[in-house]
Design a binder for this molecule. Sequence first.
Ligand code: SF4
Length: 344
Amino acid sequence: MDVGRDPRTIGITSTIPVEVVFAAGLAPVDLNNLFMTHGRRRSLVAAAEAAGFPLNFCAWIKGIYGACKHYSIQRVIGVVQGDCSNTHLLFEILEEEGVEVVPFEYPPGRDASRLKASIERLASTLGTDLASAEASRLQMQPLREKLETLDSMTWREGRVTGRENHLWLVNSSDMRGDRYRYETELDLFLAEAAGRPANHAPLRLGFLGIPPIVDDIYEALEQRGAQVVFNEFQRQFSMPGAHRCIVEQYLTYTYPYRTALRLADIKEETAKRKIDGHVHYVQSFCYRQLQHRAVKKAAGVPVLALEFDRPGRLDGRSITRIEAFIELLEARRLRAVKRGQEGS
Ligand code: SF4
């Protein structure tokens, strides 16, 4: 798909009820993914800085802006409640520069009737309705179940790597603009992965927080003997679990609401997936950094916070911190094994 020229293209900057977009016959394009798949993503950040975005400002916002301009995206759905204030200002700038911004709100307090009204407004603006979006949701349910299978093949079977899990789930926000093709490609991937040997590394890690802006973090963890078996927000983007309707589905989504909902999800998955420790990715200049205290307290296992600013590869200091963290987890694991042997 030639994103800029295709009149069906509509950019998104965060996960929204994508069923509405498909019901309207449009092609969603997640600008975060467009930014990260661009061959020279630093140049998109640099373009935003040249346009006046400050150096000490979230690079995701600059990358989204750069991608929007580079691909000449004309229309964007903007989450004006339930995402950060930086994105609100981004929408003002885009509107000033001629991009049509369609607002969408996740209501504070997870109010079901307000969320329903918000989805209805979005549907009406895009030329469809709630019933069509619901029909679209039901059609997409088998695809979402396959994403759960992929996730299960990551943490139960070890046939899917943490990086593969990250890429498939992060792409579920827009289904790469074409849900049918995405599903066909997913079918092929699952068939190939099913034929792999099971791989269970001694250390099991979770990856918390927003998707990373750096390239090689999964490799750095997995090459050192740890297996990433949980990608928190990426899994949220895939809308796991059974829901009775579209409103319930987007009420269960933890990203836009209070931290407590996130913590409950992290605690449940940490126990279920037998996770030894978490890496909590925090973006420089992001308000979500403040959530680290609560995440660390609630996780029940050691948590390493890693902060990065712009696209690129891991720096030496971060690699040293990762190595020290893995050594710590390994020592804890061996102590637990020893205790188990002494107790038996
Ligand atoms: S990383 Fe934080 S500041 Fe940047 S766009 Fe995401 S939520 Fe906003």
